[in-house]
Design a protein around this ligand. Structure first.
Ligand code: ADP
Ligand code: MG
Length: 229
């Protein structure tokens, strides 16, 4: 079929049932999936002309609120893939606290993701918070500040500290992205990731795992019984 040809051409492999079709262009993505106009404008403004293969396939999947495990090489544009997924449904300020969280293993990576999101939301009122030690302290002093943010970018340790101190709650989070998920699943981070997952209590939570590596190139997925939602 046409879709199969397209996937082959871009070396995209997918498994799962009823997988949403990939998109050829940002124009098609924004029109077919009804992104707000500023997204396409800011993609243009910051020089993103053509989606990379991971963006072509991962964004439509996440937009359909399907949970996602995405593996694509370093430098293949995974950041924009998950940021677009977030912006699809979180693109205006709501003042109800964080509705999307991106967890990244290092401060440096979190900062890059934050700056990328700032560009994509240029000129808009939707607000992204980079959770650093200083930001956490300010927000602890003024709890109302937290309500002003819609999207959170953070490291696991920083986020768990804030959850444990009761400075932050994740009950309105609708999208959780684990970037460099393979690293986050390793010993040392796993307990923190567990705690973050436990704090995301919304029944509408959609989870995406992004990483460059796979333990094997031909994994088999086994599901027994009904999945927990
Ligand atoms: P990864 O997380 O997969 O290693 P990044 O998301 O950091 O990769 O992206 C690598 C580089 O590619 C960044 O400089 C980013 O701005 C750029 N990039 C991402 N998507 C596109 C695109 N569609 N067109 C042009 N450049 C892109
Ligand atoms: Mg990355």
């Amino acid at each position: 079929s046409e879709v199969a040809e397209f996937l082959k051409k871009h070396r995209i492999k997918v498994t799962g049932s009823d997988v949403p079709h990939p998109v050829k262009s940002f124009d098609m993505l924004c029109k077919e999936h009804e992104f707000p106009a500023f997204v396409q404008r800011n993609l243009q403004k910051f020089g993103f002309r053509q989606p990379t293969p991971i963006q072509m396939q991962a964004v439509p999947i996440a937009v359909h609120r399907r949970d996602l495990i995405a593996n694509a090489p370093t430098g293949s544009g995974k950041t924009l893939a998950f940021l677009l997924s977030i912006l699809h449904d979180i693109n205006t300020p709501e003042k109800e606290g964080f509705r999307a969280v991106v967890v990244s293993p290092t401060r440096e990576l979190a900062t890059q993701i934050y700056e990328h999101m700032r560009n994509l939301t240029f000129g808009q009122k939707v607000k992204t918070c980079l959770m650093t030690k200083k930001a956490a302290t300010l927000q602890a002093e003024d709890p109302m500040m937290r309500q002003r943010y819609d999207i959170l970018v953070t490291t696991p340790l920083r986020l768990v500290h804030s959850i444990q101190k009761g400075e932050i709650n994740l009950k309105h989070v609708r999208r959780l992205v684990l970037d460099e998920a393979d690293t986050l699943m390793e010993k040392g981070f796993l307990e923190q990731v567990d705690e973050i997952l436990a704090a995301c209590t919304s029944p509408n939570l959609q989870i995406s795992l992004f990483s460059a590596t796979m333990p094997s190139s031909d994994p088999v997925r086994v599901i027994i019984g009904a999945m927990n939602s």
